[in-house]
Design a protein around this ligand. Structure first.
Ligand SMILES: [Zn+2]
Length: 294
């Protein structure tokens, strides 16, 4: 099973504050050649290149970070989710600081950016990762699993002991549903009771009512939700961004139950591990039967 390698058609840029660092950065997307993949380029550090791959992940608390040689780029998941949803396989992401802007907390600004750049078919195929048997991680009451399928379907279930969230489930079918309408607008969310602890740990420094759904113990403090079940939709957005770190398109039916970035990442690692074994088996040289030596 193959898809086409795609890049963008023109340079585009966006600026904004980082959710965790509180640092303003400028992000430029540039077209890239077939096979170069999705790469973060630290424009402020001699163009150090960090491939957007599972092997580059360095931190997974509250957001996904990729890095190399003590240099990192944080909160990559909403931008990667948008690129994955558009089927972009090759692009250079120049950034002049340590964290991708959170913008409005959703993937919409990035989708609009890719739309403004336009897409270009690179005329080369990319093999799609298709699992041949189920792969699963279970940790207590949390789990995530992929079963073979010929298209990508994401199912997510969350259960927060909070009056504004509670139990939510959502299913998204990439062939038949609209990412732009159903998933991209869903914003990230945070709890006021965690903010002090997070700030003390160097997190959430750029978080505000402008860029995430803020919850106190009773409900949402900053206005109306974009969807009644915006929280679970955002989890699907995050999961897709973490799946982008596989480095090529994937198909299968993925069911996640109360997972998060760290668990998504262990899941991606397990898929890549099992895929590696599969490829080794397929490329193993044919052994001559023992009878030949009799
Ligand atoms: Zn998110």
């Amino acid at each position: 099973m193959y898809a086409r390698r795609k890049t963008i058609n023109a340079d585009v840029s966006i600026t904004g504050i980082g959710l965790h660092s509180g640092i303003y950065t400028r992000v430029e997307l540039h077209p890239a050649g077939p096979g170069s993949g999705i790469t973060f380029v630290r424009a402020d550090l001699n163009g150090l290149r960090i491939p957007a791959l599972q092997a580059s992940t360095t931190a997974l608390d509250y957001a996904t970070t990729v890095g190399k040689d003590d240099v990192s780029v944080g909160t990559v998941e909403h931008l990667l989710s948008s690129l994955m949803a558009c089927g972009i396989t090759d692009v250079d992401i120049l950034i002049d600081g340590p964290e991708v802007p959170i913008v409005d907390g959703s993937a919409l600004p990035f989708l609009h950016l890719i739309d403004a750049a336009g897409e270009r078919d690179l005329g080369v195929d990319v093999p799609v990762l298709r699992v041949t048997s189920p792969i699963e991680i279970v940790e207590g009451d949390k789990s995530i699993r992929i079963a073979p399928a010929n298209r990508l379907i994401l199912k997510y279930k969350i259960d927060f002991d909070h009056p504004a969230i509670g139990r939510e489930t959502f299913q998204f079918d990439f062939e038949h549903d609209s990412f732009l309408r159903k998933i991209a607008p869903a914003r990230t969310f945070g709890f006021m009771r965690d903010v002090e602890k997070m700030r003390a740990a160097g997190l959430a420094r750029g978080g505000s009512v402008e860029n995430c759904i803020v919850l106190d113990d009773k409900g949402v403090v900053n206005g109306a939700l974009r969807f009644r079940d915006e929280f679970v939709r955002h989890k699907i957005l995050d999961l897709l961004g973490d799946l982008a770190l596989i480095g090529r398109p994937i198909v299968g039916e993925i069911t996640a139950n109360r997972a998060g970035h760290a668990m998504h990442s262990r899941f991606v690692a397990k898929i890549l591990e099992s895929e590696g074994r599969q490829e080794q088996r397929e490329s193993a040289p044919m052994r001559r039967p023992l009878e030949s030596f009799a």
